[in-house]
Design a binder for this molecule. Structure first.
Ligand code: RET
Length: 244
């Protein structure tokens, strides 16, 4: 493995360990309601990715399927962590469980089928790519059409919802594009460039995500929900007028 790749993987590893530190601050902040925020699940995101980058930095990156090298740790990491990233947005939006599990399932299928596409050749490869891209589109539909309807009922969480929605909605568009240009796609970008871009995208997709939740951690506080409910309730006196 080239030195450039090893160094990039190590940088991503350090950035992801920083993400674990941010998570720790989030989880141990007594002024925030960690149970309502379901912060515990977010640890898996930087921790699993840091582990997978540590393993990849040692040079153990690929498993050969037929004649193709498949970056197994990359796909295992994505399979474990990306459903959490999208499901958590559903949690912030206050969406029902069926949508939260549904979007996590669509995400897992996107990664699984995308991973299979790497190992295939010819037409089947492009069919698998298209199916995976279809799951990606369905995920974006839930993020931009379904979740906002539920998020509207929790105005105090709206800021965090919008930040995470756009962080995931926009940044993730780069992944299928990089895949397309990489050696497993139309091969107009080298192995080193691909590895470096993905290592960068992965780190940016995770540590800042946890940081955004940290910054907005108080949106889950009961006092805020109660204050809004009181303001919206016309029977609670003049506060109802103020809410308009
Ligand atoms: C693949 C190839 C097939 C088509 C599509 C893909 C999308 C992958 C995505 C991955 C996101 C990964 C993240 C990792 C964080 O560490 C599988 C590349 C649509 C969106 C956010």
């Amino acid at each position: 493995m080239s030195t450039a790749i090893t160094v990039t993987y190590l940088i991503s590893f350090v950035f992801l360990v920083l993400g674990i530190g941010v998570w720790y601050k989030l989880y141990t902040d007594d002024s925030a309601n960690r149970e309502r925020g379901q912060f515990k699940y977010l640890l898996i995101v930087p921790a699993f990715a840091a582990l997978s980058y540590a393993i990849m930095a040692t040079g153990f990156t690929t498993v050969t399927v037929g004649e193709t090298d498949v970056y197994v740790f990359r796909y295992i990491d994505w399979l474990v962590t990306t459903p959490i990233l999208v499901a958590y947005i559903g949690w912030v939006a206050g969406a029902p469980k069926k949508w939260i599990y549904g979007v996590a399932g669509a995400d897992a299928m996107m990664i699984l089928v995308g991973g299979v596409a790497v190992a295939l050749t010819g037409i089947p490869k492009w069919v698998a790519f298209t199916v995976s891209a279809g799951f990606h589109l369905s995920l974006l539909y839930v993020l931009y059409v379904v979740f906002p309807k539920y998020a509207a009922e929790y105005p105090e969480r709206n800021r965090l919802f919008k930040i995470l929605q756009n962080h995931v909605g926009l940044l993730w568009l780069a992944y299928p594009l990089v895949w397309l240009l990489s050696p497993v796609g139309i091969d107009s970008m080298g192995v080193v460039g691909t590895a470096m871009i993905i290592a960068y995208l992965d780190a940016i997709a995770k540590t800042p995500y946890v940081y955004f939740v940290y910054r907005e951690r108080h949106c889950f506080d009961e006092s805020r929900t109660a204050a809004r409910a009181a303001a919206e309730d016309p029977t609670s006196g003049s506060a109802g007028v103020a809410a308009d």
